[in-house]
Write a protein that binds this ligand. Structure first.
Ligand code: TXA
Ligand code: MG
Length: 362
């Protein structure tokens, strides 16, 4: 299959492909997504195939406007509306109760992958989107081109991050082309992603609400709307053997470049010194570090994450840095790591997972 490269001028084409059941790479403010018509089971199955994604890992539905929530969800708590008011469009995914189907709709679904207008107009979400759960993750992205495409398609767009399963998420159209070229119908180039890590996921079907994945909206900001919020333990530690995480995706290896990573935590000057002391003197040790320390590692492949205090910039550059290490062909990666304040929590979470929790505290 030849993958079409589309631009902001091609909203109609992207929307047409989506409606017709195609797979389209879409830009969002967090990372690029691999989109399909969220009301078509057949189209959504294609996502799992192209990514090599495990079937039990549900997808996020993308909508252009909070008003669409009532099409797909029920028992929507007041907190959901307040969060939408404050953070949408934006990098927040809410897990809500999926609308129950009427017996008539269940019959309709049994007929299989019908791609007719009438089927779409009934807003029935197929099981393949939610992996059979009775909840659904929904978000309204802060990227006007992305929203225009969904609006024009007239259907919610199911989209995981547009990487091959297990690899770092794509933050440019070129990253996505690398993973998905030849496997999907099109990629819409909407420029580099402004946030750089995925959305924050909050489960609102439990009391108190629970943070399932840190992301583009810092925990501290969520607390300005939610009086109480619990942080799921797997945000900061590895999954235990046989443990069932609340976000099924959390149990899989993630964000990983080809080479193993060692994450070095602690005050920046100490982690920088630790890496310098332990770096082998071959070219094959790469370093991901804060801008202030780049000069220490002159004879090695280095990727700058941003200034030590600038956690937003670190989030923006992280996945690109991991991919660049692959390009350099290094055999081992040392990474400096921020603390968990603000956007730091999302950066730490992605680095920990990319490293399979191979962590040194200094
Ligand atoms: O920023 C983002 O969220 C990006 C862009 C494309 O929107 N999307 C994204 O999707 O990161 P994905 O599939 O890579 O990650 C979605 C995560 C998975 O860990 C999945 O298990 C979890 O969300 N998830 C989806 N639906 C869920 C549900 N109903 N309950 C719990 N977790 C859910
Ligand atoms: Mg992903």
């Amino acid at each position: 299959m030849k993958t079409e490269l589309l631009t902001a001028q091609d909203v109609d084409r992207a929307a047409e492909l989506l409606r017709a059941g195609g797979l389209v790479g879409i830009p969002t403010e967090t990372v690029y997504g691999l989109g399909a018509n969220g009301l078509s089971a057949m189209a959504v199955r294609g996502i799992f195939q192209a990514k090599g994604r495990p079937q039990d890992n549900p997808l996020i539905l993308h909508i252009p406007d909070a008003a669409w929530l009532t099409n797909y969800c029920e028992d929507i708590p007041d907190t959901a509306w307040r969060l939408a008011d404050r953070f949408w469009p934006g990098p927040l995914t809410m897990v809500l109760q999926c609308k129950k189907r009427t017996p008539e709709e269940l019959e309709e679904l049994k007929k299989g992958p019908i791609c007719s207008m009438t089927h779409f107009d009934r807003h029935i979400i197929p099981d393949v989107v939610t992996a059979g759960l009775d909840t659904v993750g929904i978000r309204c992205p802060d990227h006007s081109l992305c929203r225009a495409i969904i609006q024009r398609a007239g259907v919610p767009v199911a989209a995981p991050s547009g990487n091959t399963s297990g690899r770092p998420s794509p933050t440019t159209a070129q990253h996505m082309l690398k993973d998905m070229g030849g496997k999907i119908d099109a990629i819409v180039d909407g420029g580099p992603c402004q946030v750089g890590v995925e959305s924050t996921i909050v489960d609102l079907t439990c009391t108190p609400p629970r943070l399932l994945r840190p992301g583009g909206i810092p925990l501290e900001e969520l607390r300005s709307v939610l009086t109480e919020i619990e942080v799921d333990p797997v945000v900061i530690r590895p999954i235990g053997e046989g443990e069932q995480p609340r976000a099924p995706g959390m149990k899989y290896r993630h964000y990983a470049p080809k080479a193993p990573i060692t994450v070095v935590k602690g005050p920046p000057e100490r982690s920088a010194a630790y890496i310098l002391a332990h770096l082998s003197n071959t070219y094959w040790d790469g370093v991901i570090c804060f801008d202030e320390y780049t000069h220490l590692y002159q004879s090695h492949p280095v990727e700058q994450l941003g200034a030590a205090r600038d956690r937003w910039e670190q989030a923006r550059r992280l996945f690109n840095a991991l991919r660049a290490m692959d390009e350099a062909g290094v055999k081992h990666i040392w990474a400096q790591c921020p603390d968990t304040e603000g956007m730091g929590l999302a950066v730490v979470n992605r680095l920990d997972k990319a490293a399979g929790f191979r962590i040194v505290e200094v």
